[in-house]
Design a binder for this molecule. Sequence first.
Ligand code: NAP
Length: 367
Amino acid sequence: MKQVAIIGSGPAGCFLAEILALKLPDVQIDLYERLPHPFGLAVSGVAPDHLHTRKVTEQLQRTLDRDQVKLICNTELGRDIHYDELKARYHRVILATGASEDRQLGISGEQLTGIYGSGAFTRWYNQHPEAVTLHPHLGERVGIIGNGNVALDIARMLAKTPAEHQQSDLSDAVRNHLAQSAVREIHILGRRGPADASFTLPELTELGALAQANVQVSREALENIDRQALPPSQQKVLNQLQQYAETPVNQQASIQIHFHFYSTPVAAQGHTQLEALTICDSRSQHSWTLPLDTLVTAIGYRTPAIDGVPYDESAGRFAHQNGKIEPGVYCTGWCQRGPQGVIPTNRSEAMQLARHLIREWEQNDAD
Ligand code: NAP
């Protein structure tokens, strides 16, 4: 039997286990998970109202039901089992530990109360066991830094009405917390322009369909962009932003969502609690101040280092070459390529790695 350890039972780890189990009849896979339950980002990262995406857990469960796959929960690499021990015990070790640490902005005032990383924040509304007690402060004015889909997920979760949240997979505690919040303004801040935003069209369009929210984009931010030079998907994003810019402001809406482009955060102001954010306009270099009660930074993640595993400090993930950390040890998913890509990206990456592992075994057998 080929003994394989996969560390992390999120989509990256499960997809790899599935392919190896399908392709290799003589493989036994131990799938290690540090939490009491499996599926990683599929349950603690995907937005609770994206029920269709969360359904991927049904597919992942079928992998866990296979005889060749054994799930070992509550077991963390580096805490409960050492890297050297794993290497000695298994023919192959594959790390699929994701990227759970929030990147830091590195600005003054970042430690103030009322500032949260998007990882912590999304884990809270997904009731991750380590975040249930976060109970984030949600004042009237919320800033969200970042122009990616995580920023849009968070804005949407904060702007939905209790009736809209009926369709969300939320705990009662989170549902009540959101229902009692007093959010009136949501400011989404991107340090670059709309042409460089990494939103996708469905997520951007969803904001405009919310019952009590109005989306505001300044026409001026959309000027002087050569749209024909952009990929078609980005042109569609620009068109949607243009549509928001041209729609008259609905003052009756109880939540105003403002997009601010070319807005680099410079410093957070406040004594102990956040009161405002100083922002520099990257085109004019003028600074301006945005009063805020709460700030969420949605600027990406790092993979936590693990004792003994080679690590690339500047990239914030394991040190590897094309997924290979050292002989017999590989990585896949966000801990390999960084926090980019959607759930199916993990499937194609797992396919590639599985092909490589199988070829390697075939060569060893032939030698
Ligand atoms: P992302 O798309 O990479 O966006 C991160 C944003 O943070 C970028 O706008 C980036 O700006 C900004 N940023 C980084 N460092 C910054 C700094 N120091 N100051 C100010 N801004 C900073 O990442 P994400 O939104 O965290 O999403 C992660 C991945 O998950 C993406 O691939 C995303 O598509 C995927 N995802 C998908 C869905 C979905 O399909 N519904 C939902 C959530 C997430 P620059 O571009 O200038 O670096």
